[in-house]
Design a protein around this ligand. Structure first.
Ligand code: ADP
Ligand code: MG
Length: 598
């Protein structure tokens, strides 16, 4: 019997590959625009005819191609961007597979005219269904000009499968927007059947956002910036007010590449929790920069899903950065001394005479008794008889409790063993001691995780029982909590021993706490790991925080104020509830007015 395995001719293989790369006209726009970026263009023109079904033209002023390259670029796996596997680990260009042009040329008629600045003549190559029809020298401006006609002319099934003109155009517009947002330094124009849809000049990130989505957005954008060794996060989130009922302006980019990430979306959504209705969606434009070696862009053919090596840390950083931006924007709840703790609903009053600006916050902070440590003071709650264990400072020696600062600069008062009130610059500030301390601990936990962890060994290990389901993920769990100072050991199938706990944790409570963390772990099982992790940290922060009903000395109250205002997001506790309220004179007099009106 004859052999039955054939090698597919290239043209057929390319057509098969095209099924993945070229799903619709918008895919062509995306691939071509990315090639222009990779070619260092400072200007890109995209002209669309009949939503790309009739034609797509992409013109750039980038580096151009030599005569040979202009022909070779249509070959499968033809790429100038990687040479060996080593390059694969540090991809800095948008494309790298060398399959886009081969795929496009397999299912359309393509004309390419390109010239490098250093060449006298340019090159023209025409190709249709992978067959070269023309290859000649021509006079041409420097840069590259691709014209793609009759997409899917040889794949009638796919052509019929294309959606209405308006749907295809919408896809093209969103691909254009993504490339445009990621590359504000490049001027870009998009036309559709001769009408200009976008004409974006070379600009910065904010101008580009406004150029695309309209100046009306300007007042709604809150900046985000985080710089760490592993990631830089920059961009904008919309104010809670600008959130919408439909998903619209939500963009994540990593190294100037658009990406989708349900997990990172959740980091943002959860930071907005309780600030917007549960069915509305915040606006965001977030740009991550990481070492290309720490991401894998290769896991999805469309390359919009990206895997980060440090996903957990990045999740945390993003979450707190969004929180911080929101906190700065307007953190202040309405004051009500008798009300039960604020639980849900909007706590930002519409016309907020209680609002506090960044400047006011600084003023308030500086009105506090002088601290030798300035804003870097670490939590210290080691007053005599205190159940919380002191956390040694890594940066500085914290003055011991005997050197407790005098309450110079202002009176401080505990109300109902639950709130702490102080006057600052003619305003009354009331903090919720439990929530405020939870915020302080939470930031400490998220800042120190996963590297540093200070723990205290237990003289007698505490045991708790575990279920078979919990046992399944126990090893991971122990590793996780190990990072923040827990040391656990599995004694047998049904028992877990706690050998050490974080320094600041109240030892009596540790069994209860670990048990509830195990429950969280099980419940959250399938959801994102980082989410589960965040849930632990929140729970930890709350359970270790100063309780409601706990009497505090003046020095402790002062340190709590200081520690709170050294946080990045002092206005909210780790669950998003307000930590303090602020009332100015006008606000106080309004309270009297409403009182007398009754
Ligand atoms: P990839 O982008 O993955 O390398 P493509 O099929 O998209 O693969 O492109 C193949 C090659 O063609 C690129 O590596 C590049 O050398 C060249 N090329 C494509 N578009 C342009 C352009 N606009 N300007 C200059 N060179 C280009
Ligand atoms: Mg490419």
């Amino acid at each position: 019997m004859a052999d039955i395995i054939n090698l597919l001719p290239d043209s057929v293989a390319n057509q098969i590959a095209a099924g993945e790369v070229v799903q619709r006209p918008a895919s062509v726009v995306k691939e071509m625009m990315e090639n222009c970026i990779d070619a260092g263009a400072s200007r890109i023109e995209v002209h669309i005819f009949d939503a790309g079904k009739a034609g797509i033209q992409v013109v750039d002023n980038g580096q151009g191609m030599s005569g040979t390259d202009a022909r070779l670029c249509f070959e499968r796996h033809a790429t100038s961007k990687i040479h060996d596997t080593h390059d694969l680990n540090a991809i800095a260009t948008m494309g790298f597979r060398g399959e886009a042009l081969a795929s496009i040329a397999a299912v359309a008629e393509v004309t390419l005219i390109s010239r490098r600045a250093e060449d006298e003549m340019g090159t023209k190559v025409s190709i249709a269904g992978s067959k070269v029809i023309e290859h000649t020298a021509v006079a041409a401006p420097s840069g590259t000009n691709f014209f793609v006609r009759n997409l899917f002319f040889n794949v009638p099934a796919r052509r019929r499968f294309l959606k209405s003109t308006s749907v295809e155009l919408k896809h093209i517009v969103s691909e254009f927007q993504r490339v445009a947002l990621a590359n504000p330094q490049v001027a870009m124009r998009l036309t559709s059947d001769g009408a200009t849809l976008y004409d974006l000049s070379e600009s910065n990130r904010k101008e580009r956002v406004l150029g695309i989505f309209g100046l009306r957005l300007e007042k709604s954008l809150l900046p985000i910036t985080v710089h760490t060794d592993i990631v830089t996060i920059e961009g904008y989130i919309g104010t809670p007010k600008s959130a919408k009922r439909r998903a619209g302006e939500q963009f994540l980019f990593v190294n100037a590449r658009y990406m989708r990430s349900p997990a990172l979306n959740r980091a943002i959504y959860s930071a907005f929790e309780k600030l917007i209705a549960s069915d509305s969606m915040p606006i965001f434009f977030i740009f991550f920069s990481v070492d290309p070696a720490t991401i894998d862009v290769n896991i999805h053919p469309q390359k919009t899903e990206i895997k980060f090596e440090n996903d957990q840390v990045i999740w945390q950083l993003l979450h707190s950065a969004v929180r911080e931006a929101l906190g700065k924007h307007s953190g202040m709840p309405q004051i009500d001394f008798n009300a039960p703790p604020l639980t849900s609903g909007s706590f930002f009053p519409p016309s907020s005479f209680f609002s506090i600006s960044e400047q006011e916050r600084t003023e308030f902070y500086s009105a506090l008794p002088d601290s030798e440590l300035g804003r870097i003071s670490l939590p210290n709650f080691s007053a005599p008889g205190d159940r919380h264990v002191a956390v040694p400072s890594r940066m500085n020696d914290y003055p011991s409790e005997t050197a407790a600062r005098p309450a110079a600069g202002g009176n401080i008062l505990q109300i109902a063993n639950r709130y702490i009130a102080a006057e600052a610059n003619g305003r009354l500030m009331v903090i919720d001691q439990h929530r405020a301390h939870a915020r302080v601990l939470y930031e400490r936990l998220t800042a120190s995780a996963p590297s540093s962890s200070l723990s205290q060994g237990l003289a007698t290990p505490v045991t708790i029982s575990i279920t078979p389901a919990q046992r399944a993920t126990l090893r991971e769990f122990m590793e996780e909590v190990g990072k923040i100072g827990f040391s656990l050991r599995q004694r047998d199938d049904a028992t877990l021993e706690i050998l050490a706990v974080p320094l600041w944790l109240n030892v009596e409570k540790c069994a209860e706490l670990v048990a509830s963390m195990l429950d969280d772990n099980e419940e959250l099982g399938d959801t994102s790991h980082t989410e589960a992790w965040d849930a632990y940290l929140r729970r930890l922060a709350f359970s270790a925080a100063i309780k409601r009903g706990e009497a505090l000395t003046a020095p402790r109250m002062h340190s709590l104020f200081q520690d709170l205002f050294a946080c990045t997001a002092p206005a909210v506790d780790p669950r998003g509830n307000p930590t303090y309220v602020l009332l100015n004179e006008e606000g106080i007099s309004k309270l009297f007015l409403s009182q007398s009106a009754k």
